[in-house]
Design a protein around this ligand. Structure first.
Ligand SMILES: Nc1nc2c(ncn2[C@@H]2O[C@H](COP(=O)(O)OP(=O)(O)OP(=O)(O)O)[C@@H](O)[C@H]2O)c(=O)[nH]1
Ligand SMILES: [Mg+2]
Length: 308
């Protein structure tokens, strides 16, 4: 490592729910690290992906979609965005869904006005934009409000435009030793991803309030036991009436959930697992501070590079 020329730092993705932040993170990470679904508010905590080269290490930070909190869980999500953008970022990647209404970003833009680090504007979903002049108009709108340093039009889903974005990020990072040991790709234990992927499958499988009312807690997670690898997870819901919905008629829904979760986990970890799911009612957990703490929604500082 050439320490004089080594660059390292945090590139924080910020944007409204559904902008495509987690999709972008997964592309730069080269794996499906962060849960992606068509539903807004999929991401609940900051998730890091480390991209490295000979002379750089970029820590990309995926954040929950910016929102105005209506309950305590959403407050912890908003806090994640605040912390990442205001305290951790060496560069903010302000991400817009180019097909969505820009006016909805007003509160986030107000927040970004207070940021000291460079801001890149990332216009996403350009595959859906037929009239490309829309991109120029968006760019000009944003530039009236924020000191945007560079603009990128990307399709995160296909990875288009991301190499140029990454190179530009490396260019603005400070000269600094790497934050994480070489070869480390994340700051979390596998157990965290197991819970996230079960939650992701809940978002894909269930409707209305159900995904937003669930928390997945991995109770048992065994490794390297060969065919006996085993995961037991509790799905916490808020109300007794949600339990039968999760389970479905004759257990049909939870069976589907178990099968899909197992497939997702096995693909990610590259080993076979037997997955067992239980449903637990934790009344009003989204508004219960001690449960939110127990569930880990009060996040840790990512510059503390010990594994969470
Ligand atoms: N057509 C198209 N769809 C995209 C693109 N990028 C992301 N999506 C889709 O947009 C939806 C939301 O993507 P996510 O990556 O989960 O968005 P997010 O910003 O992380 O959302 P939250 O976690 O809710 O804040 C998913 O259905 C993605 O497949 C893109 O470049 N083109
Ligand atoms: Mg997300």
């Amino acid at each position: 490592m050439d320490e004089k020329h080594f660059k390292s730092g945090f590139a924080v993705l910020a944007g409204l729910p559904n902008a495509g932040k987690s999709t972008l993170l997964n592309q730069v990470a080269g794996g499906l690290l962060s849960a992606v679904t068509h539903k807004p508010q999929t991401t609940r905590q900051n998730i890091l992906a480390i991209a490295e080269g000979k002379n750089y290490q970029v820590v990309f930070v995926d954040t929950p979609g910016f929102l105005t909190p209506k309950y305590k869980l959403q407050q912890t999500m908003a806090d994640c965005v605040d912390r990442a953008v205001q305290e951790e970022a060496d560069v903010v990647l302000f991400m817009l869904d180019a097909t969505a209404d820009y006016a909805a970003n007003a509160k986030l833009v107000a927040k970004l006005k207070k940021v000291f680090c460079p801001i890149f504007l990332v216009l996403n979903k350009i595959d859906l934009v037929k009239d490309k002049s829309v991109l120029k108009i968006l760019e000009e709108q944003v530039k009236k409000e924020l000191p945007v340093k560079q603009v990128f039009a990307v399709c995160a889903a296909k990875g288009t435009g991301l190499e140029a974005l990454k190179n530009a990020v490396v260019n603005v990072l400070p000269t600094s030793p790497a934050y994480f040991p070489e070869g480390q790709w994340t700051d979390r234990w596998e157990r965290f991803y197991v819970a996230e992927f079960i939650r992701e499958q809940i978002f894909l499988l269930y409707q209305q309030e159900i995904p937003y009312s669930t928390y997945v807690e991995v109770e048992k997670f065994t490794e390297d036991l060969g065919p006996k690898n085993f995961i037991r997870a509790n799905i916490h819901v808020e109300r007794e009436s949600q339990k039968p919905i999760i389970i479905g008629k004759g257990g049909s829904m939870i069976k589907k959930l178990r099968e899909r979760s197992q497939k997702r986990i096995e693909e990610f970890l590259g080993r076979k697992y037997r997955v067992e799911l239980n449903v637990v009612v934790s009344p009003d957990w989204r508004n219960n501070t001690s449960l939110l703490e127990r569930f880990g929604y009060i996040d840790k500082d990512p510059r503390d590079t010990s594994i969470a």
